[in-house]
Design a protein around this ligand. Structure first.
Ligand SMILES: Nc1ncnc2c1ncn2[C@@H]1O[C@H](COP(=O)(O)OP(=O)(O)OP(=O)(O)O)[C@@H](O)[C@H]1O
Ligand SMILES: [Mg+2]
Length: 317
């Protein structure tokens, strides 16, 4: 993977546009720069283009105009295989309805991205155990997702997203299906991760969640950025109280100097973002996850698995 030069933003969109055959554009010329270490919230009414934006950044969809650069990679110019590699290397995704594979245990769900990336079994199990422990769900490792609460399931999804230490975590309505207690839990988790240096793009309808979690909020209206504000940060002090076991993402070390996120407290650890090249992927899971509902996820992941488990050490099971 390309090593981005110092000060290169983690996300850089120039006039990114997505038009479908009929109707107005889903995304209408979005220009957006997100520094490494920033937590950016994306607000907007239903149909305003939030998921479209996320999908372009994840390389799950291509813009019909403009450019999408993430972590130094021109995502809009990647072919299918390159796009899958990019997601493996750089992206973790979490979704409103978790999109776990119901016929796999919690542990096996979390291991999927590592398997797709060909991570060694021992390393994968260590990483999974670390994540499940730090997220407080280790005692459910052998349970199936159906036995867990919504909040617990989202923690499993977060563990899966972080498995390969993605440079960028994309969250599409991660609290949308949770009660207020579980939602607060997930918010806390995002804050901790961000304090560790994780760059996060958080799509939400929840104005308060946006302003108390993200450094900055943009609002999409009809596919365009109608508002772009820096949030006063009521949680800044708490951000220092991070969960050490989660660990910082392995973004490229050269990004260390580019952490220009609005809040210095949050960016101190961005120097820990080392080595995106090795970060592998949740993104094949993301493909699955992106299949609009959790019921489809199993098929989608299995399909992806079938086409991806062909590397020298890809298949674990
Ligand atoms: N495959 C598609 N074909 C045609 N139009 C589409 C397609 N996908 C999305 N759109 C349209 O693009 C626009 C933006 O959709 P998008 O899913 O990005 O909205 P959103 O902001 O994520 O909405 P929500 O809050 O409901 O999730 C909508 O008008 C939608 O109908
Ligand atoms: Mg959406």
């Amino acid at each position: 993977m390309t090593n981005p030069p110092t000060n290169q933003p983690m996300i850089d969109l120039r006039d990114a546009t997505k038009k479908y055959d009929d109707g107005p554009p889903a995304l209408a010329g979005v220009t957006l720069s997100v520094p490494a270490g920033e937590c950016l919230a994306v607000l907007g009414h239903s149909g305003s283009g939030k998921s479209t934006l996320l999908n372009l950044i994840a390389g799950l969809d291509r813009p019909t105009g403009g450019s999408v650069t993430v972590n130094g990679v021109r995502v809009d110019q990647l072919g299918e295989a390159g796009s899958a590699r990019y997601r493996r290397a750089s992206i973790g995704m979490i979704f409103q309805f978790f999109n776990l594979l119901d016929d796999l245990t919690v542990l096996d769900n979390v291991l999927v991205p590592a398997q797709l990336a060909g991570m060694g079994k021992g390393e994968a199990k260590r990483r999974a155990a670390e994540l499940l422990g730090s997220l407080g769900i280790d005692r459910h490792a052998k349970a199936y997702p159906a036995r867990l609460s919504g909040g617990q399931r989202q923690r499993v999804a977060v563990a899966r997203a972080l498995m390969n230490r993605p440079a960028l975590l994309l969250a599409d309505e991660p609290t949308g299906a949770l009660d207020s207690h579980a939602a607060a839990d997930v918010r806390r988790l995002l804050l901790d991760l961000n304090a560790e240096g994780q760059t996060i793009l958080l799509v939400t309808h929840d104005v308060e969640l946006a302003s108390t979690t993200a450094h900055r909020t943009i609002e999409l209206v009809d596919g365009a950025v109608a508002r772009d504000v820096v949030n006063t940060d009521p949680d800044a002090a708490n951000r220092a109280a991070v969960n050490p076991a989660i660990g910082a993402p392995r973004g490229d070390a050269s990004l260390a100097g580019s952490a220009t996120a609005a809040n210095a407290a949050n960016t101190a650890n961005t120097a820990n973002t080392a080595n995106a090249a090795n970060a592998a992927n949740t993104a094949n899971t993301a493909n699955a996850a992106n299949a609009a509902n959790a019921a489809n996820a199993a098929n989608a992941v299995n399909t992806t698995t079938a086409t991806t488990f062909n590397g020298p050490s890809g298949a674990v099971r």
